[in-house]
Design a protein around this ligand. Structure first.
Ligand SMILES: [Mg+2]
Length: 260
């Protein structure tokens, strides 16, 4: 079985309080163990947060990521097309899917918002998808404020139909899937330098710090979500993004939000 369909899940997550800007870590519930689930959705990696973060690799290293022991040469190109007319002047926000906007499972969920058929090795499986509370309101406003890009380490055969159902207003200008990630030290990393956008005007919203380990200073962390109906993270993040949308330099603005 290939390595997985949904994305990185870790023992701990980093969270920035939308009110205070303070960065904190919180323990998370772990998703159910399921091999086929892992294969479809994610790179499961228990990261030891006691170790210092791995420094970003050199540019050459980025171009020669390793996958299954094979060195994969990646040509220099932009993952994103030219900025569309309606997004001129807006910052770019890369938004994760699993455990950030939705939670999916092969185990039947009676109150699933979507049920998506996904073919794996010749067999069709039903994937049950729960929408995070306030995701509709969040995406609508984010689409007004930013050039929004879906970037997931999940496979397109799962993530694309889920996004069709989730994003009915077409907020996401571009969708990037696993093949657009860099496979680095066992994880799929979203390398923002390959987007073709000014990094000073690019943000990433992701529940997994491993996803943005090359660009931690562009990140707005969000706690992983599985099924908490009282979760209000997306709603609480909107004022943060309203402020960030006006930034000339996201590094400066995020430093201020972190209280530095
Ligand atoms: Mg995720």
């Amino acid at each position: 079985m290939e390595s997985s369909v949904i994305t990185q899940v870790q023992k701990e997550d980093v969270q920035v309080s939308p009110k205070t800007g303070q960065v904190s870590r919180s323990s998370l519930k772990q998703p159910r163990s399921c091999n086929i689930f892992k294969a479809l959705f994610c790179c499961i990696q228990a990261q030891d947060d006691s170790k210092p973060p791995t420094p970003p690799p050199s540019h050459q290293a980025l171009l020669e990521s390793q996958e299954n022991g094979m060195v994969v040469k990646q040509s220099e190109f932009s993952l994103l097309p030219e900025v569309e007319a309606q997004d001129q002047g807006k910052l770019c926000v890369v938004i994760d899917l699993d455990e950030t906007l939705v939670h999916s499972s092969f185990k039947p969920i009676s109150n699933a918002d979507f049920i998506v058929p996904v073919e794996i090795e010749g067999t069709t499986h039903q994937v049950y998808v729960l929408k995070r509370p306030y995701v509709d309101e969040f995406l609508q406003r984010m689409g007004e404020l930013f050039e929004c890009v879906l970037f997931t380490a999940s496979l397109a055969k799962y993530a694309d139909p889920v996004t069709d159902l989730l994003d009915q207003c077409g907020v996401f200008r571009t969708r990037l899937f696993r093949e657009s990630c860099v496979f680095h030290q066992g994880c799929y990393v979203k390398d923002l330098s390959r987007l073709g956008r000014d990094l000073h005007k690019t943000l990433i919203l992701d529940n997994s710090p491993a996803s943005y380990i090359f660009h931690p200073n562009n990140a707005v962390p969000v706690v992983s979500w599985f099924d908490d109906v009282d979760d209000a993270e997306l709603l609480n993040l909107l004022p943060v993004f309203e402020e960030l949308s006006q930034a000339d330099n996201v590094y400066t603005q995020l430093d201020q939000l972190r209280g530095h």
